[in-house]
Design a binder for this molecule. Structure first.
Ligand code: MG
Length: 425
């Protein structure tokens, strides 16, 4: 049998807010959120004090203000978050060469074989937390176990400032009493299905044998049944690996019918721009070259690109450009629309000569979850899975409902899993 692995999940506590507090002590201990001030802006990050009022990220700012009268709103300063993130990842890389960033403030480390270097798991976790604090002034939560999922759930369990270690062999015990919704990928819909069949906590699934699990779960979650069963037992073999930094963020929709109305085309493009912008913001990046992709039936595909004067994270700053690029296609029915933003390389931006050395700093989100979960949550019929990394949601009928589900999924999978494409060609 292979020796057990040693995987850490590190997650900064309330990252954006914590960084802002380094610059302004008055923000300590009070309800504060990071986010825009505009009528349509949303909460990007909320302090624990704000969360007590029911404020959470992705909530419209107006609603957040209504919930908490004393709320302090700080505009996002991504340059600061990038710097802080850089400092944190520098520390993490001193502990292991295998650091997989999930976002600017979250990473997996594979520490297998490092036992001799920093002592046992607990002392390693402690020195990781204190080094991160020393060099960045920021507090993180750490979960350690033999696999990704258990470590992630562990780091999340007692936030903030958590240190939760799940020893090898006690994974299923650790999971047993947790609700099934703790398993990444199991959202509201799946939870409801499982509850309907009498499965509420992990133990309810874990006690089944493999055959039983397949027979009872397949009708509910299809081919995700085996994975779901394994996760409920605290099993997860997915490796930790380094990821490339995202070069662009794009969203495209293929329609099941031709779109002929100009106003509908415009509405769809505006929505797509919003989606792209929100993902760019979430990654703490900026995009400068915007590309429109159009497919006219049956298969004539065109792309048009334009470089913006400055990098941006806001749809308002590039959607009119997209609309201008769209003008030449407006006479014809449309089968596919896509928009992507080529991201500004954060290192290049600082010093154009030096090659980017920290390629994995703002990587694509990892979501090696079973996409059947995603399909299930989104409504199986409407999603076309292209491959594990990209898929396009077609024919969004109940758009509102779907958006809400997607937000939820983004929360769970690290957001960009839902609709994204690394590069629109
Ligand atoms: Mg975090």
């Amino acid at each position: 049998m292979k020796a057990p692995r040693w995987i850490a999940h590190v997650d900064m506590d309330c990252f954006f807010v914590a960084v802002e507090r380094l610059f302004d002590k008055k923000l300590m201990g009070v309800p504060v959120v990071v986010g825009g001030e505009g009528a349509r802006s949303v909460v990007t990050a909320a302090s624990y004090e704000a969360r007590k009022f029911g404020v959470h990220s992705a909530m419209p700012m107006m609603q957040a203000r209504r919930l908490c009268k004393s709320l302090i709103v700080v505009p996002p300063r991504f340059e600061r978050y990038r710097e802080a993130s850089r400092a944190v990842f520098e520390v993490l890389r001193e502990f292991s060469p295998v650091v997989e960033p999930v976002s600017v403030d979250e990473a997996y480390l594979d520490l297998t074989g490092c036992e001799g270097l920093f002592g046992d798991w607990e002392s390693t976790a402690k020195s990781m937390k204190s080094k991160v604090f020393e060099r960045s002034g920021l507090v993180c939560s750490v979960g350690m176990s033999t696999n990704r999922m258990v470590s992630k759930i562990a780091s999340d369990l007692r936030k903030p400032d958590a240190l939760v270690i799940v020893e090898s062999g006690s994974e299923s015990h650790f999971m047993a009493d947790l609700p099934l919704a703790k398993i990444p990928g199991v959202g509201k819909k799946t939870t409801r299905l499982l509850e309907g069949a009498g499965f509420r906590i992990c133990r309810d699934l874990a006690r089944l044998d493999a055959t039983e699990a397949r027979m009872r779960l397949s009708p509910l979650v299809g081919s995700a049944s085996r994975e779901l069963w394994q996760r409920s037992r605290g099993e997860d073999n997915r490796p930790v690996g380094q990821r490339e930094m995202a070069k662009s963020i794009g969203v495209e929709h293929t329609f099941s019918r031709d779109i002929t109305s100009t106003s509908e085309v415009r509405r769809i493009l505006v929505d797509i721009c919003e989606e792209v912008a929100s993902e760019v913001r979430r990654k703490g990046r900026e995009g400068q070259t915007v590309t429109l992709k159009v497919r006219l039936p049956p298969f004539r595909t065109y792309t048009r690109a334009r470089r913006l004067k400055v990098g941006t994270q806001y749809a308002e700053q590039f959607r009119e450009v997209v609309w201008e690029l769209m003008q030449e296609f407006l006479d014809e029915p449309v089968r596919l629309l896509g928009v992507s933003l080529k991201l500004v390389d954060p290192d290049e931006k600082k010093e154009s000569v030096a090659p980017p050395v920290q390629l994995d700093l703002f990587s694509e989100v990892t979501h090696s979850v079973n996409l059947d979960f995603v399909k299930l949550e989104l409504g199986v019929d409407s999603a076309t899975v292209r491959d594990s990394g990209r898929f396009t949601v077609q024919a969004l009928k109940k758009r509102q409902a779907v958006e809400r589900l997607k937000d939820e999924l983004r929360e769970r999978f690290g957001k960009s899993s839902v609709v994204r494409q690394r590069d629109l060609k």
